[in-house]
Ligand binder design. Sequence first.
Ligand code: NI
Length: 226
Amino acid sequence: MLVTFDDILTADELAAVRSQLSRAPWSTGLSAGPQAMLAKKNQQLPEDYAGLPDLRRLVMRALNRSPLLLSAALPHKVVPPNFNRYTPEHSHYGWHTDSTLRYLPDGSVLRTDISATLFLSDPEAYEGGELCIEDTYGQHPVKLSAGSLVIYPSGSIHEVRPVTHGERLACYLFMQSAVKDTECRRQLYEMDQALMDLRQRCGEGDPALVRLTGLYNNLVRRWSEC
Ligand code: NI
């Protein structure tokens, strides 16, 4: 399931992130496994960059504000977000899948169920640079407005197409969902959206809605692993 969320960052947050990134050092060749390393031609912020903790806090705060994102992802654990940069010199990230296990700074391990990209550059500011995600329905190029986010299953093969002009800044992160199975997660999201719609039309206290909400919660209880 590929889902997009508009305006995850406010205009002020976006300006703050861009200003910080304009002063940041960039490096090549971190963070990917051996196969992905062959495909990876972009740059990213080094892990020891002093500005990274504040940037991460800002993004995490913004993600946690979005009830739709929480409903679609049902996050259990999140790898601290990082930031990358594509220019004509460091232009693309060829077809790859994201590695399944990530080791967190606290020593715990996380299974990547969901990958996310938060677009930070205006789409007009660069040419190319689409994130292209393949599923059983074909290839889906994604290029969102600055401050908007896409999530997709970490197991899907994907690429960032070459940037031929300008600069593409983005933030990326991985989540372990409380519900491991992509199809179960998709059905829960669909059901939750229908429930939100019914709440608007019937009111929170409608007896059938109370029952359906209970069923939704019991499905989450049945399918979640945390
Ligand atoms: Ni990737």
